[in-house]
Design a protein around this ligand. Structure first.
Ligand SMILES: NC(=O)c1ccc[n+]([C@@H]2O[C@H](COP(=O)([O-])OP(=O)(O)OC[C@H]3O[C@@H](n4cnc5c(N)ncnc54)[C@H](OP(=O)(O)O)[C@@H]3O)[C@@H](O)[C@H]2O)c1
Length: 333
């Protein structure tokens, strides 16, 4: 099968188009004929080696963390799915590889594709929507009336996180540049701050939850807007020793993460704010819940651009530009 791979970590080079074997289907796996694949910054971060401490991959590696497609084979123990089901998924770490014609995925990480979405729309959902769910529902346990600040509302995570927070009755503030204001109003955002000419830390206070997806400076400023007992959840680092424990990282990784996060953990403690780092996980059951919200119109995909398979490198470069509005998707079939 055709696939886009890396043979080594590299900051500059693109992905190579290669001929790879169709993946082996284990007992609990489904083999998916890939119709569309979502592109994420994580693909780029893995390509450059930025994640090699946390996710040490073997080469050659097929990149790609989001898929929508059709099941063409099922493992002996698969219970939930059958051949010809239309599905979508964020395959688990170490089993990624959606920039390819086929991928084998554990059935527990898969869900039926929302009926009202095209393959391209469905492929835009899993990684960012599971991230939003795991931050807002699992970790923050947001409640009606709580104030939530979601940075970069026009991004892949932001567009879905805003809709999810609104569904749970939160009051949502976000940052964006002026060209995205219409989109963010449509998504139901309560307060939009133009990050290019206004400082959010001077406009927001007494917040319950912050979803941080930006740099260290933004992370520290986010502390200022939280109330005592509030939650600062970062998806862009720095990871904590708790996270190292969660992924069973070796002692030296735990030590490095402890040093990297020392400053923010100390500042958060002084303010009585809970700081945590979250790295999203594959989860078919949560994806099923998101499917219900999508089919009932509560959450809509936001697509920036669809690229053909042969332009996978252009798609990745577009995401790396940091300017996409919603998601970038590759059409494979
Ligand atoms: N830990 C996890 O599990 C996890 C999961 C998903 C994502 N992430 C990370 O979270 C970050 C965001 O991911 P994403 O997929 O949402 O990114 P994205 O879609 O590439 O974000 C692009 C958007 O960010 C906006 N933006 C850029 N700089 C901004 C700023 N200073 N303030 C406010 N908005 C800004 C841009 O708007 P303008 O064009 O108007 O500037 C653009 O619409 C990335 O670092 C990603 O790796 C982590």
């Amino acid at each position: 099968m055709k696939a886009f791979v890396i043979n080594k970590y590299s900051k500059n080079g693109g992905l190579q188009l290669a001929e790879m074997p169709v993946p082996e289907v284990k007992d609990n796996d489904v083999l998916v004929d890939v119709y569309a694949a979502g592109v994420n910054l994580l693909d780029s971060k893995i390509k450059t080696g930025e994640f090699k401490l946390i996710l040490p991959y073997k080469m050659p590696l097929i990149l790609g963390h989001d898929v929508a497609g059709v099941i063409v084979k099922v493992g002996k123990k698969v219970k939930k799915f059958k051949i010809s089901d239309e599905v979508y998924a964020r395959p688990a770490d170490y089993r990624i590889g959606t920039f390819a014609e086929f991928i084998a995925i554990d059935e527990n990480d898969v869900a039926l594709k929302p009926k009202n979405l095209s393959m391209e729309e469905a492929a835009s959902i899993p990684l960012v929507a599971l991230t939003a769910w795991q931050v807002l529902v699992e970790k923050a346990q947001i409640k009606e009336g709580q104030k939530v600040f979601i940075q970069a509302g026009s991004g892949g995570v932001g567009t879905i996180a805003i809709q999810l927070a609104k569904h749970f009755g939160a009051i949502v503030a976000t940052t964006a540049s002026a060209k995205s204001f219409d989109l963010l109003n449509e998504l139901g955002t309560d307060l939009i701050i133009d990050y290019k000419n206004s400082d959010f830390e001077n406009r927001l206070n007494n917040y319950d939850v912050v979803l941080n997806s930006q740099d260290q400076k933004t992370l520290e400023k986010s502390l200022e807007i939280l109330k005592s007992g509030g939650k600062l959840i970062s998806i862009s680092g720095p990871p904590t020793p708790d996270f190292a424990k969660e992924i069973n990282a070796p002692w030296f990784v735990k030590m490095i993460l402890s040093l990297l996060s020392f400053g923010i953990r100390k500042k958060a403690k002084n303010k009585n704010v809970e700081y945590s780092f979250l790295f999203m996980k594959a989860n078919g059951d949560q994806l099923d819940k998101l499917t219900q919200l999508i089919e009932s119109g509560k959450i809509k995909p936001v697509l920036d651009k669809v690229f053909p398979f042969e332009k996978t490198n252009e798609a990745l470069a577009h995401v790396e530009s940091g300017r996409s509005k919603g998601k970038v998707v590759i059409r494979i079939k």
